[in-house]
Ligand binder design. Structure first.
Ligand code: NAG
Ligand code: NAG
Ligand code: NAG
Ligand code: NAG
Length: 477
């Protein structure tokens, strides 16, 4: 009955549609300058951004734009903020109050940590997260900024359940989760959760592919009299059930990260990413929500641009989540209004590139030398981004020498095409002929401004470990 009702409303256009948010990460060797990114956000009608820090140039670029902002506190600062109300107050003063003067940067949320309860962190941040959350919200309240809400972006592995109605918080952190929910509720702050259907597919060969997307499946998940046709709704409802059972049936929920990568895995490709994101946007923008809550959660796409310096501990796909490439070029058509029309995204404007030249293998080198490349390739790939070479990725069909060229070029571009960086004992040579082959693109890096270089030098060790999530909702198979 509930499901029937839900299906019926699906076909009625509901007026309640809210702006879309995106995650803007900057862990790139050559990040786009904040001004270019902010213009790109405006050109695409994106009205909300989620950041992983509160970097000064980024914040300044966001001033007086009307774009709503979530700033972030990296996990490695949680301990400091948890153990000192003074440090928490300083953080708020420097990173919120300063930019919020006269409302110039429209800060709405502070993300305290990033997925701090991931099981792969072995509990490192468990004791600090809740006190840090309290200290930050209290500091905000004291500074007269109680309209800004502190929240904790949590990975979906904080709750579990074979079917949504069995949803409950992970037993090892159940009491802590309830304390956090109580605190969020009493401050009118939302619960923030990151949901990754891609990882369901990535980590389970038997996961039904259609169930990861939004266009129906032959294998719906049956939960009592409700049927789920996509894992996103099922994952959200599992959380809603967990909240309900814990006494928080109405706690607002915000989806902090959700998206699909385009490379670095056999399921990471343009077709799947477009299919997922377009289906997701339609689902969200309909405003209909899930069987448990007939209202779409405020949602932040992951992510805006590719980041070639992210940790690949979770997998090679980590550097390919962007709806835009590293240089702000759209990867595929995406209608952000959710109408699923064949609309192009608007490219970044004013991007300056390094000169049109690439570093490739020197085919005049002796055949003995050419068969002994592997150390050079390994070295180049340690310092450059070779995540497109692996199995199922866009450059996987290159031959051995193609691999070497790709690696040399990745290294050369990462190092700003400096002369000494295309040598490799005479095995490498600079060319002005684009070595790209079909879908396998040999990039030219962007020329980085002084500002971005400064940002780049302080890349912090925050790893958005999407990849290590426990996968719920699988055992129904
Ligand atoms: C402001 O935020 C940045 C980035 O998170 C951090 O490095 C800096 O320490 C913060 N300022 C204070 C006073 O804590
Ligand atoms: C967690 O523990 C495992 C196994 O002991 C270890 O390999 C891993 O590096 C640890 N991770 C962190 C973040 O401490
Ligand atoms: C390419 O290899 C040949 C043969 O070893 C060598 O003479 C030439 O200098 C190399 N080219 C470059 C640019 O190193
Ligand atoms: C090229 O490199 C990738 C990634 O290391 C590897 O999977 C592939 O087998 C290599 N191709 C050849 C022909 O060596």
């Amino acid at each position: 009955m509930v499901f029937l009702f839900w299906v019926l409303v699906m076909f009625v256009l509901v007026g309640w549609v809210q702006g879309l948010g995106v995650n803007w990460g900057t862990m790139a060797t050559h990040p786009l300058s904040p001004d270019i990114v902010v213009q790109m956000l405006k050109d695409n009608g994106i009205t909300k951004v989620k950041l992983f820090d509160a970097e000064e140039h980024t914040m300044k670029a966001l001033a007086n734009t009307g774009i709503q902002v979530m700033v972030g506190i990296p996990n490695d600062q949680l301990q400091m903020i948890a153990t000192s109300t003074k440090d928490a107050a300083n953080w708020v003063e420097t990173n919120v109050t300063e930019f919020n003067l006269d409302g110039s940067v429209d800060i709405r949320f502070v993300a305290v940590g990033n997925e701090p309860f991931l099981e792969s962190y072995n509990g490192t941040f468990i004791q600090y997260t809740f006190p840090a959350l309290q200290n930050i919200q209290n500091a905000l309240n004291k500074a007269g900024l109680s309209n800004i809400k502190a929240t904790v972006p949590l990975n979906a592995d904080v709750y579990e359940g074979v079917v949504p109605s069995e949803g409950q918080f992970r037993t090892d952190i159940n009491d802590l989760m309830i304390q956090i929910c109580q605190f969020l509720a009493s401050n009118g702050a939302p619960f923030t959760v990151n949901i990754y259907p891609f990882l369901s597919l990535y980590s389970n060969e038997n996961f039904p592919v259609d169930f990861a997307f939004f266009d129906g499946t032959g294998q719906p998940l049956i939960d009592g009299n409700v049927q789920y046709t996509n894992v996103f709704d099922a994952a959200l409802d599992t959380l809603f059930w967990a909240l309900k059972k814990s006494g928080f049936p109405n706690l607002p929920v915000l989806v902090g990260e959700v998206g699909w990568p385009t490379d670095g895995d056999k399921h990471g490709n343009i077709n799947f990413a477009q299919r997922f994101n377009q289906g997701l946007l339609k689902n969200i923008m309909s405003g209909l929500g899930t069987p448990m809550r007939f209202k779409a959660a405020e949602t932040y796409l992951f992510s805006l641009v590719d980041e070639d310096a992210k940790s690949i501990a979770p997998g090679n796909f980590e550097r390919h989540w962007g709806i835009f490439q590293y240089d702000g070029t759209p990867k595929y058509a995406l209608d952000l209004s959710g109408q699923a029309q064949n609309k192009a995204l608007v490219s970044a404007k004013g991007v300056k590139y390094l000169p049109r030249r690439w570093c490739v293998i020197n085919l005049s080198a002796s055949s003995t030398a050419l068969t002994q490349l592997s150390d050079s390739i390994t070295y180049a790939c340690t310092h450059g981004d070779c995540t497109s070479l692996g199995y199922g990725s866009s450059c996987n069909s290159l031959n051995y020498q193609g691999n070497a060229s790709y690696a040399f070029n990745a290294y050369y571009q990462a190092n700003n095409q400096q002369n000494g960086d295309c040598v490799f004992s005479g095995l490498a040579v600079v060319t002005q002929t684009d070595p790209s082959q079909g879908a396998c693109k040999f990039e030219i890096q962007i020329a980085v401004s002084a500002t971005s270089k400064a940002m780049n030098s302080c890349i912090y060790s925050l790893i958005s470990v999407a990849g290590v999530a426990a996968v719920v909702l699988l055992s129904f198979l």
